[in-house]
Every structure is written in structure tokens, then in C-alpha cells.
Design a protein around this ligand. Structure first.
Ligand code: NAD
Length: 494
């Protein structure tokens, strides 16, 4: 039997810290990673000490000098190899992601495909990000030169262990930076596959670093003078902390936070779109995604649509069509939130508290899809990000009332409308306070090159995390003005 290097003799994965091209045991202790499906130990990871973090960042800075000077076409060749390896390893990575964060296999595959799409966008930079040059006065030209920042860092949440990091890894590396990744301590293992794939692709050592741990690791990374930019994706509470800490040090930070996404359902909607679209939006990834439907603003008589949503959500099979919740504490929180909503007057149309674990997965973290009707605007179920498979229906008399509720929410990731009316859809697109709007689309994640990013308490900082708008975040645009000869006539610059 040939045992792959990342698997130890007990069959579990070892994912230590990836520092200067080697896997290094962290001096701050080792932890186990468990599967939300059944609680089994999937592997181990360890957190680095401060000196280990400094050594990693110094190695990254050293490696970046040469990489940053290489033409983008040269860097892209490594990323092209990376893509081929990810395609070869696609099923293995999807299986690991699925078992470490509780997604179904199909959901894990979809996330990886989105990551590959960002990688393909990054590969297009070698041909499309041409900068520009113009003769601005006689004998004087001005040009744009995009330059890397140096060492950049990214901190990611548990719910997309490959896709969210892949939003930034290819773009930051293609632009000539060294990349430091702090994965979630709840899903630390997929990092092993990504780092190994980059190494096999030929990425010089030091350019890709993995550092595990909690806020201590994050703060050491933010504070280190060699780290020039920080990307963050996670809850609003931590996004704010990271944004404040980084910007106080004068660093650029883009911190994506939590969400409370609204779907506006109008009576003229096509039921074949609204039923599956809304049900899949709140049940997909067991509700653990920042683009999940959370509040359904039901305008007028839409009962037939709601019946179809309930029917579809109730038919999902736990374990294969519907995934697990990240921790048992979160299951308890979700159950208690449903009970509180019920006490506050909501009607439970579908009760996930009654769901039982699939056979053989009794050690896992399970709750079924839940639909609450007659939820009051302003109540916990209508305003707080619960991050689970719970849809809160708020009844509204008209579109204006629905939009007023949507506009009063503190977040701003996604909002969708289901309708057959173009003008009403356009009104929602104009008036909703969300960075990403969908029309008859339950999860309005923009495809590349349209960039991903919300607004308000869902995003701190400027720009988006993928697509064209991410380029300026991960690079500096230098302006170079050139004159070779003294001009006979003077101009304003001479
Ligand atoms: P989290 O905020 O708890 O953790 C995110 C990262 O921050 C992890 O790597 C974690 O180790 C680290 N961290 C935790 N506490 C910290 C602290 N005090 N200081 C510094 N770092 C700290 O988020 P989570 O539970 O892993 O993920 C779920 C959240 O992420 C949800 O709120 C979800 O909406 C959000 N999310 C947002 C997007 C988006 O694009 N806006 C995408 C995915 C997830």
C-alpha cells in the first residue's frame, strides 16, 4: 500500500504549517479536526509560535523579490500547472472538503469549480491586464505599471475551505505577491491539498505559506511589518476587528463579513423558479453560506409558492442531499433560536429540530431544514444571522413594505426577487441594499469576471474580493512619466 505523504499511519491527514516550502509542526500545540458528519477524527493540525510566524513571513518576503520581478506570463505558467493538478485531484479535494465542513459532495464540487473559475480569471491577466501608455505632452509619455505589494495575507472562514481561499490565491500570486493563508481552525485540512498542488505546480518555495491557529496567529500576521495587505472573510464581528486592527497600522484591508439575505417573492413569480430557487437557497450547504436565503419577504398571496418551498425542503435526505452543521454547539444554538422564534409568535411550517441523524452518522451535528412563518420584522429570526438552514417568512402587503424591511437590515450581501415583471425586478435591483442582487436566482453569486462582494456590514474596505475590482487591492498601480529629450517649447511639466 502506498501511503500519500499527507496521510499518517492511522489514515488521517496531517496538515501542519507550510513554511518556506516545508511542512513544519507548530510550537503552540496540536489539535484534531473532526468531521461534522459523524464526529470522526479526520486529521491533525498545529499552531505556530510567534518566532515561527516571523520566520515564515521573512522567508515569504525573500522569495517574493524574484517572483515579483518575473513577467506575469512566467508566473502564469505555474498557475496553469496548478489548474491541471487541481483538475486531476478534483474528486479527492471535493471529498476532503465535504468531510471536513459537512457539505454534500455536490456542494463541495460546486465550490471547487467556482475556485477554478477565479483561477481561470487570474490566468487571463497575462493577456488582458495590459496597463496603458499615452504621450501626455510633446516628447513626454506616461504609463501605468502594475506592481506587486510584497507579502499579502488572507484569513478564511470554515464554510468554504477551498473556494474562499481560491478567490484570492490565484489573483494575488499572479500579480507577483507572496501569499500567506490562515485557514479556519474548524476546517484546516484542505490547505494541505492546495499547498501540495502549488508545490507540484512549480511554485518556488516561500511564496505560499499556511499558518494555522486562532486570533493570536491572525493578530501576529496583521501586526507584522512585512505583511502589506490583509484579506479577510468571516463573521461581521471578526471582520470589523481585523479591519480596524489592520487599518490602524496603515495597511490595506478588505474584510468580508456576515449576512442576512432577503428574498422578495411576488405573486406573479414563476413557481417552477421560485419553489426550487428559494428552497435550495436556504437549504444549500445546510444554510451555512453567506449567500443563503434567510428572510423570505412574502408579498400578497404567495401561498402556492410557499407550499412548494416547504414540499421541496422537506423531501431532502440528510447525509446525501443535505449536509451537516459545523459544530454541535451551533446545532444547539439553531434549535434554541427556533424555539425563541416560536415563543415570539412564529408558526413552524417545517421543523428541523425533529430531524434524526442518518444511519451511521449519529455522532455528527444534525438539524433539518426549518421554515418559520409569520415572523415579525425586527425579531431575532428576521434580523440576526443564524447561519443554519432556517427560512424566516415575513408577510408583506406590497413591494414597498418588503423593500423597506430589506433596506433596514444592517447587512448587504445578497437580495433576490422572484417575479415575472421586468420593471418590478429592476426596482428591486435599484433599491435593495445588497452588493449582489438576483432576479429569479436564489443564490446570486456573480460569475467571473463579475466580482464578489457585498456592502454595509457585509464588507469593510473598498473594492471586491474577486474579478476586475480585486486587482487594485492586491497590487500597486505605479505611474511612470518619461521624457528623453529637452523640448524646444516649454510645457507645464518642463
Ligand atoms: P469567524 O469570523 O468565526 O472566523 C473567520 C476566521 O477568523 C477564521 O479563520 C478564524 O479562525 C478567525 N478568527 C476567529 N475569531 C477571531 C478573532 N477574534 N480575531 C481574529 N481572527 C479570528 O467565521 P466562521 O464562523 O468561520 O464563518 C462563518 C461566517 O463567515 C458567517 O458569518 C458567514 O456569513 C461569513 N462568511 C462571509 C462570506 C462573505 O463573502 N461575505 C463568505 C463566507 C462566510
Amino acid at each position: 500500500v502506498i501511503i500519500p505523504p499527507e496521510v499518517n499511519m492511522s489514515g488521517t491527514i496531517v496538515c501542519d504549517n507550510f513554511i518556506n516550502g516545508s511542512w513544519v509542526k507548530g510550537e503552540r500545540g496540536q489539535q484534531e479536526a473532526h468531521s461534522p458528519y459523524d464526529g470522526r477524527v479526520l486529521g491533525t493540525f498545529s499552531s505556530p509560535s510567534s518566532p515561527q510566524i516571523s520566520a515564515a513571513l521573512e522567508a515569504a518576503a525573500k522569495a517574493q523579490v524574484d517572483w515579483g520581478r518575473a513577467p506575469v506570463k512566467e508566473r502564469s505558467r505555474v498557475l496553469y500547472n496548478f489548474r491541471q493538478i487541481l483538475l486531476r485531484e478534483f474528486e479527492a479535494i471535493a471529498a476532503l472538503k465535504s468531510s471536513e465542513c459537512g457539505k454534500t459532495l455536490d456542494e463541495a464540487r460546486a465550490g471547487l469549480n467556482k475556485g477554478l473559475e477565479v483561477l481561470e480569471f487570474a490566468l487571463s491577466l497575462q493577456n488582458l491586464d495590459l496597463g496603458g501608455r499615452l504621450e501626455v505632452s510633446r516628447g513626454v509619455s506616461c504609463e501605468f505599471r502594475r506592481e506587486p505589494l510584497g507579502v499579502v495575507a488572507n484569513i478564511t472562514p470554515f464554510n468554504f475551505p477551498a473556494m474562499v481561499p481560491m478567490w484570492t490565491i490565484p489573483i494575488a500570486l499572479a500579480l507577483g505577491n507572496a501569499y500567506v493563508w490562515k485557514p479556519s481552525d474548524k476546517t484546516p485540512l484542505t490547505a494541505r491539498k492546495i499547498a501540495d498542488a502549488l508545490t507540484e505546480a512549480g511554485l518556488p518555495k516561500g511564496l505560499f505559506t499556511v499558518l494555522h491557529g486562532d486570533e493570536k496567529t491572525v493578530n501576529s500576521i496583521i501586526d507584522h511589518p512585512l505583511v502589506k495587505a490583509i484579506g479577510f472573510v468571516g463573521s461581521t464581528k471578526v471582520a470589523k476587528l481585523v479591519y480596524q486592527r489592520g487599518t490602524q497600522l496603515g495597511k490595506r484591508v478588505l474584510a468580508l463579513g456576515g449576512a442576512k439575505n432577503h428574498i422578495i417573492l411576488l405573486p406573479d413569480a414563476n413557481q417552477d423558479l421560485s419553489g426550487p430557487g428559494i428552497s435550495d437557497s436556504f437549504t444549500g450547504c445546510a444554510g451555512q453560506r453567506c449567500m443563503a436565503a434567510s428572510v423570505l419577504l412574502a408579498v400578497g398571496d404567495v401561498q402556492a409558492h410557499i407550499d412548494r418551498i416547504v414540499q421541496r425542503a422537506s423531501s431532502l435526505k440528510l447525509g446525501t442531499e443535505f449536509g451537516a452543521i459545523i459544530t454541535s454547539d451551533q446545532v444547539e444554538f439553531l434549535k434554541s433560536a427556533i424555539t425563541r422564534a416560536e415563543k415570539a409568535g412564529a408558526r413552524v411550517l417545517l421543523d428541523g429540530r425533529k430531524a434524526t441523524a442518518p444511519a451511521g452518522m449519529e455522532g455528527g451535528n444534525w438539524i433539518g431544514p426549518t421554515i418559520l412563518d409569520q415572523v415579525q420584522p425586527g425579531s431575532e429570526a428576521a434580523t440576526v444571522e443564524l447561519f443554519g438552514p432556517i427560512l424566516s417568512i415575513v408577510r408583506c402587503k406590497d413591494l414597498s413594505e418588503a423593500l423597506a424591511i430589506e433596506r433596514s437590515n444592517e447587512y448587504g450581501n445578497a437580495c433576490s426577487v422572484f417575479t415575472s415583471s421586468g420593471p418590478l425586478a429592476d426596482r428591486v435591483a435599484r433599491e435593495a441594499t445588497a452588493g449582489m442582487v438576483g432576479v429569479n436566482v436564489g443564490v446570486p453569486v456573480p460569475r467571473e469576471p463579475f466580482s464578489f462582494g457585498g456592502m454595509n456590514a457585509s464588507k469593510f474596505g473598498h473594492g471586491d474580493i474577486t474579478g476586475q475590482h480585486s486587482l487594485d487591492f492586491w497590487s500597486n498601480m505605479k505611474k511612470v512619466t518619461v521624457k528623453w529629450e529637452k523640448q524646444s517649447e516649454s510645457n507645464w511639466m518642463s
